[in-house]
Ligand binder design. Sequence first.
Ligand code: G4P
Length: 283
Amino acid sequence: MHFQWYPGHMTKAKRMMQESMKLIDLVIELVDARIPMSSRNPDIDELGKNKARLILLNKADLAEEKWNDAWAMYFKEKGYSVVKVNSKKGGGIKSIQGVIQEACKEKIERDRKRGIMNRPVRAMVVGIPNVGKSTFINSLAGKACTKTGNKPGVTKGKQWIRLNKNVELLDTPGILWPKFEDQTVGLRLAFVGSIKDEILQVEELALEMIAFTLKQYPGVLASKYNIEEMEDSFACLVEIAKSRHCLLKGNEFDTDKAAKIFVDDFRNGRLGKLTLEFPEEYN
Ligand code: G4P
């Protein structure tokens, strides 16, 4: 399968992010817990250098817990603060405030030595499209907080959300585009739904997902669709079509419809918690 990716507003977004970086102390980077590396844009390390860094393994509810822990360890060893979160249901959100203070303790200490007390930490949320940035901001900010509006000395138009007296969050997240030369990364982004489906062939994608599931999570297809797992991905797709009564006129199986059902099940966690990449690939 070959992907093409046309990041329309990439340059503009990057420029805006560079501007925003000047205003903040902490970068809160969301990654998809199922594909923590493939869902990162490596430019963020350059953009966010000299800033405190917090990585959120978002959608942790959709990934296997033991791999969430392994990935958390992986990033911690590289010097990032890490929290596993489920922004949709609020899991992990409560611990964020404490982790923010911890991640920024050097800055807070520097401020204190210079006689600056109680200046809130300023943070920005960044991540690739669909990783959950808006959901996270809503979950963290809730309804209680107030937008602080434009402030003197702050670039016009920037809105800050005051989370409490200690933290302010830029209200618009920074969008990064996924970056890949290698097709594996593209495929993984497609698996989790971070590449627009219009540029993908759903049946081809489903066959790749089936091959992955058979190899990495044997038994999952059998129990979900009540089918016999066969080595041939297309044969499995036909079995899924049978099991889900996807029929065309003349009793032919509608593998296109079955592919759509399967891709949707896979992405929404209905096959169970699936981690799609593993830290040992990146050592
Ligand atoms: P973005 O701003 O980074 O582009 O992402 P956004 O918040 O719009 O989230 C993209 C999708 O991911 C949304 O689903 C959202 O509900 C879902 N999502 C975000 N965080 C989590 C999480 O921690 N766990 C799970 N399971 N899902 C999460 P959607 O299909 O676009 O909308 P909806 O079906 O939830 O209404």
